[in-house]
Write a protein that binds this ligand. Structure first.
Ligand code: MTE
Ligand code: HPA
Ligand code: MOS
Length: 806
């Protein structure tokens, strides 16, 4: 099969028809397959562990802390050193430079020094002849004779940390207007609490790094990372070397999901340290359980809220406190908490509001980026709050949502002061209401529930508005390097990383489109810090916005030089030169692209160029939490319908209709994949993935046997995912919109549909079902019990007949 073959999988409701922006071979807006699709399915794609090992390669493994918080009294590592195959054992004392791999504050030791701050923290590294022997020796960390500890008091949960006033960063506080007065004066009020669990990234390829020493104190580090420049930086600091001595390369990741934005650093550092000490190549690959025990996850959160509202449920004043479990160090928690603050509004106008976010310091893994980056944790509580208002007023939660939507030209300023000037919430919701048939199904559901004593159905529509840009303005920059070789083939390097999201495919489409070439003529190479310097993480969904623009800039510069030459050769003006279908034409004449390139080489025209992009408009005042943090917003909405078994708490997702705004999609096949994947991943977070630490602070759910991510069988049989026809109001690359993270918020509709079904089981209850997330069967039964115990609940025996079994 040829790489340029176009697959258009026809199936019900998979979005708009392919729309070609330009009629050349690398059409934009066409559902081309992922650039590595064949390699992925055939198993030929090279991940870090597949790189051919250099002669003399050694393997590292980590010895982990057995306590959540303890002083290290002594270490006697002789037994480890004497274990079979062991070449070296390294501790913090072996680090020549800085013992830190934290991205913002310097509070993340690579190897524990003096104290351990969570159970699972790496204390020493074993370097051995094989992976297996290294792991066996590292497992001796479990013995009391090897590391002796003096346990200290451990704080494990956000609630405990809040009570003890232990934070990794100062609280964030955003206030607009006078919410207290508005709440006091409101005709209706609601107070509540809520909690949502964390989430393990569960990338299929675990954390891994492979370091090879080079001449003159140099180091090449292959790292499975979203942030090669940061890996270069932390390795250089650790070795006390200049950055130019370290190269970090990443061809692709088997998923990152935020978990490799900062936390690939520990693995890169240990591999590089071991390589520097032994003068041999060293690979460090964490197995799944160690990966779970060592690395941070999505921040779980506990909330307190209070709101005042009118008869229609329109909010007049709101107060919320979001207490996030940061773990033992700051990592990216400050930016995560800021995004939580900036997404509490979700799709709704909040005139008078008070938002507090706390980064609670606990003796657990240091929580980090995960798809949505605090945005989901901010917006979820708003949806729960609106659901509570609807239950209290006994009206459809959809109508409460609609009553609070941001307006167009009025009621359109976010709490942080940015105007929502690209609002498409109303037309997008109307389109979804239409295709999902929400209102008719709501009525049908009520009829079903009246007849069905045990099984209860629920439905919910939830919207998403997600701000696009890094909320730290300087990170919104990118670079690229484009080479056109003498034969007319093109090589692209950019600062972004490929983790399955299709970034390289989109960037290749953009560059191929500039030159009017088929996609097969453009190759995107591994991300490499020696090619593009000082890159940002591939994160905040900005990968194609930033790197697409940078690569386009580079290609445009080369194209301008080629156009000038073509005009000289063929006559006419450079501005009129067309690049399409592999040929270059102007003034009635044409020549193949390759021929023009060769002529350019002989005429000594530069055939390669750098490119750069910095997102316009973004600014942010971190003191007042106001500004214009986002270049634009991406929107979406979903309707989910569930059925629950009120005796067992089991449930099933019956149907999903999702409509998502990817602007003018560069590649609808890839974007639909992102929406589907984001939906199922978010559903896993909210329903089945449960992280559980025992009272010693040991994470007990550290493998797929106990931690349940959604499987393909959890995908609803009726899963209608569509892209909303839209165009970015901002001049992004081909007016597309970022699509990586926003769809993760669409399955809020699943959680709210579960609450709807629970409410249906207890008619008369005027409180929302106190359903926590993840909504496991246990949580569903707990919520049913709690709701039945409320004074308004009508616990009269339901009708005996079950229509599903009749
Ligand atoms: N899709 C796949 N297949 N694998 C991933 O690891 N990460 C998500 C999202 N989609 C991810 C993914 C996250 S957290 C982000 S920020 C974006 O992709 C990053 O890529 P982009 O900016 O190029 O969209
Ligand atoms: N997303 C991901 N990573 C980040 C962000 C963000 O918004 N801000 C700083 N680092
Ligand atoms: Mo994504 S959480 O910004 O890596």
């Amino acid at each position: 099969m040829n790489r340029t073959d176009v697959f258009v999988e026809e199936r019900a409701g998979t979005g708009p028809a392919p729309r070609a922006v330009e009629t050349n071979d690398a059409a934009i807006g066409v559902p081309l397959p992922h650039e590595s699709a064949e390699l992925h399915v055939s198993g030929e794609a090279t991940y870090t562990d597949d790189i051919a090992e250099a002669h003399g390669t050694l393997h590292a493994a980590l010895g982990l802390s057995r306590h959540a918080h303890a002083r290290i009294v002594s270490m006697d590592l002789d037994a480890v050193r004497n274990a079979p195959g062991v070449i070296a054992v390294l501790t913090a004392d072996d680090i020549p430079g800085e013992n830190n791999c934290g991205p913002v504050l310097h509070d993340d030791p690579i190897l524990a020094d003096g104290i351990v701050q969570y159970l699972g923290q790496p204390v020493f590294a074993v370097i051995a002849e094989t992976h297996e022997l290294a792991r066996r020796a590292a497992a001796l960390a479990k013995s009391d004779d090897v590391v002796r500890y003096e346990p200290l008091e451990a704080i494990l949960t956000a609630a405990q940390a809040k009570a003890a006033k232990q934070f990794v960063l100062p609280p964030l506080h955003l206030r607009r207007g006078d919410p207290d007065a508005k709440i006091a004066a409101a005709p209706h009020r609601l107070q509540g609490t809520f909690e949502v669990g964390g989430q393990e990234q569960f990338y299929l390829e675990g954390q891994i790094a492979y370091a090879l020493p080079k001449e003159m104190d140099g180091m090449l580090v292959y790292s499975s990372t979203q942030h090669p420049s940061e890996m270069q930086q932390v390795v250089a600091h650790m070795l006390d070397w200049p950055a130019h001595s370290v190269v970090c390369e990443c061809r692709r990741m088997g998923g990152g999901f935020g978990g490799k934005e900062s936390q690939s650093a520990l693995f890169a550092c240990v591999a590089a340290l071991a390589a520097q000490r032994t003068k041999r190549p060293v690979k460090l690959r964490a197995d799944r359980d160690d990966d779970f025990m060592i690395t941070g996850k999505r921040h779980d959160a506990v909330y307190e809220y209070e709101a005042g509202f009118d008869e229609r449920g329109r909010l007049s004043g709101v107060h919320v406190e979001i207490a996030l479990r940061a773990g033992y160090s700051a990592d990216l928690s400050g930016a995560v908490a800021t995004r939580a603050v900036c997404h509490f509004d979700n799709a709704y106008y909040l005139a008078d509001v008070d938002i507090v976010a706390l980064c609670c310091k606990t003796n657990t893994q240091s929580n980090t980026a995960f798809r949505g980056f605090g945005g989901p944790q901010g917006a979820l509580v708003m949806e729960v709050l609106l659901d509570g208002i609807a239950r209290q007023l006994q009206i459809d939660p959809l109508d409460v949502r609609l009553a609070n939507y941001y307006g167009v030209g009025e009621r359109d300023t976010t709490p942080y002061g940015q105007r929502v000037d690209d609002n498409i919430l109303a037309p997008l919701t109307d389109a979804l209401l239409d295709t999902s048939d929400y209102r008719a199904r709501r009525a049908a559901l009520a009829a079903f529930n009246a007849r069905s004593p045990v099984l209860k159905r629920g439905i919910a529509l939830t919207p998403v508005k997600f701000g696009i840009s890094f909320n730290v303005p300087f990170l919104n920059q990118a670079g690229a390097l484009v080479h056109v070789y003498k034969d007319g083939s093109v090589l692209v390097n950019h600062g972004g990383t490929e983790m399955g999201q299709g970034l390289n495919t989109k960037v290749a489409q953009v560059v191929a489109n500039q030159f009017g070439l088929p996609l097969a003529r453009v190759r995107v190479t591994a991300t490499d810090t020696s090619k593009v310097a000082n890159t940002s993480a591939t994160a905040a969904s900005t990968g194609s916005d930033l790197n697409g623009k940078a690569a386009e800039d580079a290609a445009q510069k080369i194209r301008a030089r080629l156009a000038e030459l073509a005009a000289k050769l063929l006559g006419g003006s450079a501005a009129d030169v067309q690049f399409a279908h592999g040929s270059v034409s102007v003034n009635g004449g044409a020549m193949p692209f390759g021929q023009l390139v060769n002529a350019a080489y002989l005429a000594r025209v530069q055939l390669w160029s750098d490119g750069f992009y910095a997102t316009p408009k973004v600014h942010w005042d971190a003191q007042t939490l106001t500004g214009h943090p986002f270049y634009y917003f991406a929107y979406g909405a979903a309707v989910s319908e569930v059925v629950i078994d009120t005796l067992t708490g089991e449930w099933k997702l019956l149907r999903v209709d999702a409509l998502h705004d990817a602007g003018q999609s560069i590649n609808p096949a890839i974007d639909l994949g992102q929406v589907e994947g984001g939906f199922i991943q978010g559903m896993g977070w909210l329903t089945s993935e449960e992280l559980w630490w025992n009272r010693d602070g040991r994470l007990m759910t550290h493998a797929p046997s106990t931690y349940k991510i959604p499987a393909v069988s959890d995908t609803p049989a009726a899963f209608y995912v569509r892209l909303y026809e839209n165009s970015n109001v901002e001049p992004t690359v081909f007016r597309s919109k970022a699509v990586g993270e926003p769809p993760l918020l669409l399955p809020f509709s699943v959680l709210l549909a579960l609450r709807d079904a629970i409410a249906a089981a207890v008619p008369g209850a005027k409180a929302a079902p106190p359903l926590r997330a993840p909504a496991t069967p246990e949580a569903i039964l707990d919520a049913l019990d709690a709701l039945r115990d409320l004074p308004d609940a009508n616990t009269a025996a339901p009708p005996a007949a079950n229509p599903l079994t009749d």
